[in-house]
Structure formats: C-alpha cells, structure tokens
Design a protein around this ligand. Structure first.
Ligand code: ZN
Ligand code: ZN
Length: 133
C-alpha cells in the first residue's frame, strides 16, 4: 500500500511504497536547524519506492552528503537523501504524510544533541487549545 503526503501549500506531493526500514524522532542539530523546530520525525523507505507526484522539491546540501528536500514556496521539509550513509534509502519527514497520526515513531535518535527541555515535555501543563480559549 502506498502512503502519500506533501507540503503545506500543496505544490509538492509524493508517494511512497515498500517496506519501511525505521521511523524515528531525530534530535540532531542539523535537523533542528533545517526544520526550525525542536525535533523532526523521519520514516525511512527504499528510495526505489519513492516518487514525487506533483511539483518539484528544492534540494539543499546541509552537511557532508546530506541533501534535504523542501518546498521552495512554503518551506515545508519533505525528504532527505544521503548516498554515503543511507545508500538506496529515502528518509521522509513523516509529519508531512496525509495520515501522519497513523504512524508512530519507535525510537528517538541523536539524543546526544537533544535540547534539554525535550526530556521534560510530560511535565508541562497541557491545553487542548490556546490557554484561556
Ligand atoms: Zn509547499
Ligand atoms: Zn537529524
């Protein structure tokens, strides 16, 4: 079964099928800088089963052989390739899946670079909407 997803503005859409290798939350500094967020969820698949079905992502060489692909219009990070460390693999930013809630990560990785406060999220008060609404 193919999974589908895309960027926030809808200009870039993708489809992926095949056996998922892993699904992890990455805390590395490179991911944080790229996303402008405290962590990024990644789902790895064989690259042969991945294709962009609409539009074209912009590629950015963020470090070493790491190529990050994002929508040039809305900026959503979409997928990652690294032929040196992940040959034949595409890592998809799983929050961009149409049905992101159906796929839970099974690990946290690169915790050596994790922001300290990310270990204490369960201690924060929660609000179903904005506080006071
Ligand atoms: Zn977009
Ligand atoms: Zn990372």
């Amino acid at each position: 079964m193919a999974l589908t997803g895309g960027c926030q503005c809808g200009a870039v859409r993708y489809e992926v099928s095949g056996e998922m290798a892993h699904h992890a939350l990455c805390h590395c500094k490179d991911c944080r800088a790229s996303a402008g967020a405290p962590m990024v969820a990644w789902m790895a698949f064989p690259a042969a089963g991945f294709r962009v079905t609409q539009g074209e992502a912009v590629a950015f060489n963020s470090s070493g052989a790491s190529i990050r692909h994002f929508c040039g219009t809305c900026g959503t990070g979409l997928y990652f390739l690294n032929e040196q460390f992940l040959p034949g693999i595409v890592d998809i930013q799983s929050a961009t899946l149409d049905d992101a809630n159906a796929h839970s990560p099974s690990a946290q990785i690169q915790t050596a670079e994790r922001l300290d406060y990310m270990t204490k999220l369960s201690e924060l008060p929660e609000f179903a909407r904005f506080p006071g609404m």
